[in-house]
Ligand binder design. Structure first.
Ligand code: UTP
Length: 304
Protein backbone atom coordinates (compact mmCIF):
# COMPACT_ATOMS: atom_id res chain seq x y z
CA UNK A 1 0.00 0.00 0.00
CA UNK A 2 1.18 3.52 -0.81
CA UNK A 3 0.58 6.17 1.83
CA UNK A 4 0.76 9.96 1.41
CA UNK A 5 1.55 12.10 4.46
CA UNK A 6 1.01 15.85 4.03
CA UNK A 7 3.44 17.69 6.30
CA UNK A 8 3.93 21.01 4.53
CA UNK A 9 1.59 23.25 6.56
CA UNK A 10 2.86 26.39 8.29
CA UNK A 11 1.76 25.45 11.81
CA UNK A 12 0.49 28.98 12.46
CA UNK A 13 -1.48 27.90 15.55
CA UNK A 14 1.78 26.90 17.22
CA UNK A 15 3.95 29.94 16.52
CA UNK A 16 6.64 30.82 17.44
CA UNK A 17 7.58 27.17 18.20
CA UNK A 18 7.01 26.31 14.54
CA UNK A 19 8.67 29.36 13.02
CA UNK A 20 11.84 27.55 11.95
CA UNK A 21 11.16 23.93 12.84
CA UNK A 22 8.46 21.68 11.39
CA UNK A 23 5.40 21.14 13.58
CA UNK A 24 5.64 17.48 12.58
CA UNK A 25 9.06 17.26 14.31
CA UNK A 26 7.79 18.42 17.71
CA UNK A 27 8.36 15.65 20.25
CA UNK A 28 5.56 13.64 21.76
CA UNK A 29 7.12 11.99 24.77
CA UNK A 30 10.18 10.29 23.23
CA UNK A 31 9.90 10.85 19.47
CA UNK A 32 8.68 13.37 16.91
CA UNK A 33 5.00 13.19 16.08
CA UNK A 34 5.69 12.25 12.43
CA UNK A 35 7.50 9.09 13.61
CA UNK A 36 4.26 7.81 15.18
CA UNK A 37 2.53 8.56 11.88
CA UNK A 38 5.10 6.53 9.90
CA UNK A 39 4.80 3.73 12.50
CA UNK A 40 1.04 3.66 11.98
CA UNK A 41 1.47 3.58 8.20
CA UNK A 42 3.97 0.70 8.36
CA UNK A 43 1.83 -1.22 10.88
CA UNK A 44 -1.08 -0.77 8.45
CA UNK A 45 0.90 -2.35 5.60
CA UNK A 46 2.56 0.64 3.89
CA UNK A 47 5.57 -0.36 1.82
CA UNK A 48 5.88 3.03 0.15
CA UNK A 49 5.39 6.43 1.81
CA UNK A 50 5.36 9.86 0.20
CA UNK A 51 5.82 12.77 2.61
CA UNK A 52 4.70 16.16 1.29
CA UNK A 53 7.18 18.69 2.67
CA UNK A 54 7.82 22.37 2.09
CA UNK A 55 10.08 25.23 3.04
CA UNK A 56 11.77 24.76 6.42
CA UNK A 57 10.91 21.06 6.62
CA UNK A 58 14.29 19.50 5.87
CA UNK A 59 14.56 18.10 9.40
CA UNK A 60 11.93 15.54 8.37
CA UNK A 61 14.23 14.08 5.72
CA UNK A 62 17.17 13.99 8.12
CA UNK A 63 15.09 12.21 10.73
CA UNK A 64 14.23 9.34 8.42
CA UNK A 65 17.73 9.02 6.99
CA UNK A 66 19.99 6.26 8.31
CA UNK A 67 22.09 7.22 11.32
CA UNK A 68 25.81 6.32 10.97
CA UNK A 69 26.65 8.64 13.90
CA UNK A 70 24.54 6.51 16.23
CA UNK A 71 25.08 2.99 14.86
CA UNK A 72 27.41 1.65 17.58
CA UNK A 73 25.80 -1.74 18.42
CA UNK A 74 23.56 -1.64 21.50
CA UNK A 75 24.38 1.98 22.40
CA UNK A 76 21.39 3.85 20.97
CA UNK A 77 18.54 1.30 20.80
CA UNK A 78 15.92 3.98 20.07
CA UNK A 79 17.83 5.10 16.97
CA UNK A 80 18.31 1.49 15.87
CA UNK A 81 14.57 0.90 16.13
CA UNK A 82 14.02 3.98 14.00
CA UNK A 83 16.52 2.69 11.40
CA UNK A 84 14.66 -0.63 11.32
CA UNK A 85 11.39 1.23 10.73
CA UNK A 86 12.97 3.17 7.87
CA UNK A 87 14.31 -0.06 6.32
CA UNK A 88 10.83 -1.64 6.33
CA UNK A 89 9.43 0.89 3.86
CA UNK A 90 10.52 3.25 1.10
CA UNK A 91 10.15 6.93 2.00
CA UNK A 92 9.94 9.56 -0.75
CA UNK A 93 9.47 13.31 -0.58
CA UNK A 94 7.74 15.87 -2.73
CA UNK A 95 7.70 19.61 -2.06
CA UNK A 96 4.62 21.75 -1.87
CA UNK A 97 5.98 25.14 -2.90
CA UNK A 98 3.21 27.05 -1.12
CA UNK A 99 0.88 25.74 1.59
CA UNK A 100 -2.26 25.91 -0.53
CA UNK A 101 -4.29 23.44 1.49
CA UNK A 102 -4.60 19.72 2.17
CA UNK A 103 -6.20 19.08 -1.23
CA UNK A 104 -3.30 20.78 -2.98
CA UNK A 105 -0.79 18.74 -0.92
CA UNK A 106 -2.53 15.47 -1.84
CA UNK A 107 -2.71 16.48 -5.50
CA UNK A 108 1.10 16.50 -5.59
CA UNK A 109 1.06 12.71 -5.10
CA UNK A 110 -0.58 12.13 -8.50
CA UNK A 111 2.41 10.86 -10.46
CA UNK A 112 3.59 8.83 -7.45
CA UNK A 113 0.39 6.90 -6.80
CA UNK A 114 -0.71 6.69 -10.45
CA UNK A 115 -3.72 4.41 -10.97
CA UNK A 116 -3.52 2.88 -7.46
CA UNK A 117 -5.66 3.64 -4.44
CA UNK A 118 -3.62 5.05 -1.56
CA UNK A 119 -3.84 5.91 2.12
CA UNK A 120 -3.53 9.41 3.60
CA UNK A 121 -2.48 10.23 7.17
CA UNK A 122 -1.81 13.73 8.50
CA UNK A 123 1.72 14.51 9.63
CA UNK A 124 0.58 16.10 12.89
CA UNK A 125 -1.97 13.53 14.07
CA UNK A 126 -1.50 10.24 15.95
CA UNK A 127 -4.28 7.64 15.80
CA UNK A 128 -4.17 5.09 18.60
CA UNK A 129 -6.26 2.00 17.94
CA UNK A 130 -5.99 -1.71 17.33
CA UNK A 131 -5.95 -2.76 14.51
CA UNK A 132 -4.33 0.43 13.18
CA UNK A 133 -6.81 2.90 11.68
CA UNK A 134 -5.35 2.95 8.17
CA UNK A 135 -5.41 -0.84 7.99
CA UNK A 136 -9.11 -0.76 8.96
CA UNK A 137 -9.81 1.78 6.20
CA UNK A 138 -7.82 -0.23 3.66
CA UNK A 139 -9.76 -3.43 4.42
CA UNK A 140 -13.00 -1.53 3.85
CA UNK A 141 -11.64 -0.10 0.61
CA UNK A 142 -10.83 -3.64 -0.58
CA UNK A 143 -14.38 -4.77 0.22
CA UNK A 144 -16.10 -1.93 -1.70
CA UNK A 145 -13.45 -0.56 -4.06
CA UNK A 146 -14.37 3.02 -3.09
CA UNK A 147 -12.87 5.82 -0.98
CA UNK A 148 -13.19 5.64 2.81
CA UNK A 149 -12.89 8.45 5.35
CA UNK A 150 -12.47 8.15 9.11
CA UNK A 151 -14.94 10.28 11.09
CA UNK A 152 -15.79 10.90 14.72
CA UNK A 153 -18.64 12.57 16.58
CA UNK A 154 -17.71 16.19 17.35
CA UNK A 155 -19.28 18.65 19.77
CA UNK A 156 -21.63 21.25 18.30
CA UNK A 157 -19.23 24.11 19.05
CA UNK A 158 -16.46 22.26 17.15
CA UNK A 159 -18.41 21.67 13.92
CA UNK A 160 -16.92 24.90 12.54
CA UNK A 161 -13.40 23.39 12.83
CA UNK A 162 -14.05 20.22 10.82
CA UNK A 163 -15.04 18.81 7.48
CA UNK A 164 -18.47 17.32 8.17
CA UNK A 165 -20.06 14.25 6.57
CA UNK A 166 -23.80 13.77 6.08
CA UNK A 167 -25.19 10.45 4.90
CA UNK A 168 -27.07 7.22 5.53
CA UNK A 169 -25.84 4.59 7.95
CA UNK A 170 -25.38 1.40 5.86
CA UNK A 171 -23.98 -0.79 8.67
CA UNK A 172 -23.14 -0.11 12.32
CA UNK A 173 -20.59 2.70 12.28
CA UNK A 174 -20.51 2.91 8.46
CA UNK A 175 -22.02 5.73 6.44
CA UNK A 176 -22.49 6.29 2.72
CA UNK A 177 -21.71 9.99 2.31
CA UNK A 178 -24.41 12.12 0.70
CA UNK A 179 -22.87 15.52 1.40
CA UNK A 180 -19.48 16.68 2.65
CA UNK A 181 -19.07 20.23 3.93
CA UNK A 182 -15.85 21.99 4.86
CA UNK A 183 -16.11 23.80 8.22
CA UNK A 184 -19.86 24.54 8.13
CA UNK A 185 -21.79 26.41 10.80
CA UNK A 186 -23.63 24.01 13.12
CA UNK A 187 -26.86 25.50 11.78
CA UNK A 188 -25.92 24.47 8.22
CA UNK A 189 -25.90 20.73 8.93
CA UNK A 190 -27.65 18.33 11.30
CA UNK A 191 -24.61 16.03 11.21
CA UNK A 192 -21.92 15.97 13.88
CA UNK A 193 -19.63 13.52 12.04
CA UNK A 194 -16.27 15.26 11.72
CA UNK A 195 -13.53 14.13 9.33
CA UNK A 196 -10.45 13.15 11.36
CA UNK A 197 -7.77 13.26 8.65
CA UNK A 198 -7.26 9.56 7.73
CA UNK A 199 -8.41 8.44 4.29
CA UNK A 200 -8.12 5.80 1.62
CA UNK A 201 -8.57 7.54 -1.72
CA UNK A 202 -8.96 6.21 -5.24
CA UNK A 203 -7.22 7.79 -8.26
CA UNK A 204 -10.44 9.55 -9.32
CA UNK A 205 -9.72 12.02 -6.51
CA UNK A 206 -7.15 13.76 -8.73
CA UNK A 207 -9.66 14.74 -11.41
CA UNK A 208 -12.03 15.85 -8.64
CA UNK A 209 -9.26 18.00 -7.14
CA UNK A 210 -8.51 19.53 -10.56
CA UNK A 211 -12.18 20.45 -10.93
CA UNK A 212 -12.50 21.91 -7.43
CA UNK A 213 -12.15 25.63 -6.76
CA UNK A 214 -10.00 27.02 -3.96
CA UNK A 215 -11.86 28.35 -0.94
CA UNK A 216 -12.03 31.92 0.39
CA UNK A 217 -8.56 31.43 1.97
CA UNK A 218 -7.12 30.34 -1.42
CA UNK A 219 -6.76 26.77 -0.14
CA UNK A 220 -7.81 23.66 -2.03
CA UNK A 221 -9.84 21.48 0.33
CA UNK A 222 -9.92 17.69 0.07
CA UNK A 223 -13.43 17.77 1.57
CA UNK A 224 -14.69 19.82 -1.39
CA UNK A 225 -13.12 17.37 -3.86
CA UNK A 226 -14.69 14.42 -2.03
CA UNK A 227 -18.06 16.20 -2.19
CA UNK A 228 -17.60 16.43 -5.95
CA UNK A 229 -16.80 12.68 -6.09
CA UNK A 230 -19.79 11.82 -3.90
CA UNK A 231 -22.10 13.41 -6.48
CA UNK A 232 -21.25 10.66 -8.99
CA UNK A 233 -19.70 7.70 -7.14
CA UNK A 234 -19.89 6.08 -3.72
CA UNK A 235 -17.79 7.61 -0.92
CA UNK A 236 -17.95 6.01 2.51
CA UNK A 237 -17.09 7.02 6.06
CA UNK A 238 -16.48 4.91 9.13
CA UNK A 239 -16.53 5.93 12.76
CA UNK A 240 -13.06 5.92 14.25
CA UNK A 241 -13.04 3.64 17.29
CA UNK A 242 -9.77 4.76 18.89
CA UNK A 243 -8.13 7.90 20.30
CA UNK A 244 -6.91 10.69 18.05
CA UNK A 245 -4.17 13.04 19.13
CA UNK A 246 -3.83 16.17 16.97
CA UNK A 247 -0.85 18.20 18.23
CA UNK A 248 -1.68 21.30 16.18
CA UNK A 249 -1.60 23.85 19.00
CA UNK A 250 0.23 24.19 22.30
CA UNK A 251 -2.61 22.88 24.47
CA UNK A 252 -3.25 19.82 22.29
CA UNK A 253 0.48 19.13 22.13
CA UNK A 254 0.88 19.41 25.92
CA UNK A 255 -2.16 17.22 26.59
CA UNK A 256 -0.82 14.57 24.19
CA UNK A 257 2.57 14.62 25.89
CA UNK A 258 1.03 14.28 29.34
CA UNK A 259 -1.10 11.33 28.25
CA UNK A 260 1.81 9.51 26.57
CA UNK A 261 4.11 10.16 29.56
CA UNK A 262 1.36 8.95 31.92
CA UNK A 263 1.26 5.59 30.08
CA UNK A 264 4.92 4.99 30.94
CA UNK A 265 4.84 3.51 34.48
CA UNK A 266 8.31 4.83 35.38
CA UNK A 267 7.34 8.33 34.35
CA UNK A 268 3.88 8.20 35.92
CA UNK A 269 5.44 7.86 39.39
CA UNK A 270 7.51 11.01 38.79
CA UNK A 271 4.77 12.94 37.05
CA UNK A 272 2.05 12.41 39.66
CA UNK A 273 3.63 14.61 42.39
CA UNK A 274 4.41 17.27 39.80
CA UNK A 275 0.78 17.43 38.71
CA UNK A 276 -0.52 17.23 42.27
CA UNK A 277 1.84 20.04 43.24
CA UNK A 278 0.39 22.46 40.71
CA UNK A 279 -1.58 25.25 42.32
CA UNK A 280 -3.58 28.19 41.06
CA UNK A 281 -0.96 30.56 42.42
CA UNK A 282 1.49 32.22 40.04
CA UNK A 283 5.04 30.87 40.49
CA UNK A 284 6.97 33.43 42.55
CA UNK A 285 10.50 32.93 41.31
CA UNK A 286 10.53 31.94 37.67
CA UNK A 287 11.98 33.94 34.85
CA UNK A 288 9.70 35.23 32.16
CA UNK A 289 7.17 37.97 31.69
CA UNK A 290 6.36 38.43 35.38
CA UNK A 291 10.05 38.92 36.21
CA UNK A 292 10.64 41.39 33.44
CA UNK A 293 7.48 43.25 34.44
CA UNK A 294 8.86 43.34 37.99
CA UNK A 295 12.17 44.67 36.70
CA UNK A 296 10.40 47.41 34.76
CA UNK A 297 8.47 48.40 37.86
CA UNK A 298 11.69 48.42 39.94
CA UNK A 299 10.37 45.79 42.38
CA UNK A 300 12.86 43.52 44.11
CA UNK A 301 13.18 39.92 42.94
CA UNK A 302 11.67 37.64 45.63
CA UNK A 303 14.09 35.50 47.63
CA UNK A 304 14.34 31.89 46.44
P1 UTP B 1 -3.29 21.62 9.50
O1 UTP B 1 -4.26 22.57 8.95
O2 UTP B 1 -3.54 21.03 10.83
O3 UTP B 1 -1.81 22.20 9.52
O4 UTP B 1 -3.07 20.48 8.41
P2 UTP B 1 -1.29 23.69 9.35
O5 UTP B 1 -1.86 24.33 8.13
O6 UTP B 1 0.20 23.56 9.42
O7 UTP B 1 -1.84 24.34 10.70
P3 UTP B 1 -2.17 25.84 11.12
O8 UTP B 1 -3.64 25.98 10.95
O9 UTP B 1 -1.36 26.80 10.24
O10 UTP B 1 -1.74 25.91 12.55
C1 UTP B 1 -2.96 19.09 8.72
C2 UTP B 1 -1.73 18.49 8.05
O11 UTP B 1 -1.71 18.82 6.65
C3 UTP B 1 -0.47 19.43 6.31
C4 UTP B 1 0.08 19.98 7.62
O12 UTP B 1 1.51 20.01 7.59
C5 UTP B 1 -0.44 19.01 8.67
O13 UTP B 1 0.46 17.94 8.89
N1 UTP B 1 -0.71 20.48 5.29
C6 UTP B 1 -1.63 21.46 5.50
C7 UTP B 1 0.03 20.47 4.11
O14 UTP B 1 0.87 19.57 3.90
N2 UTP B 1 -0.15 21.47 3.21
C8 UTP B 1 -1.05 22.46 3.40
O15 UTP B 1 -1.18 23.35 2.51
C9 UTP B 1 -1.81 22.46 4.58
Amino acid sequence: MKVVIPAAGLGTRFLPATKSQPKEMLPVWDRPVIQYVIEEAVASGADDILIVTGRGKRALEDHFDLSPDFDEPGKFPEVQRLDELVRRTRIHYVRQREPLGLGDAIRLARSHTGREAFGVLLGDTINVCDPPLLRQLWQRYEARNAPWIAVEEVAEDKVRDYGIVEGEEIAPGEVRCRRLLEKPLPSQTPSRLGITGAYVLTPEIYDALDATHVDAHHELQITDALQRMAETTAVYATRFNGIRYDIGDRFLWLKTNLEFAWRDPACRAKLRPVLEGLTDEQPRSTTGPSDSARARSGAKRPAR
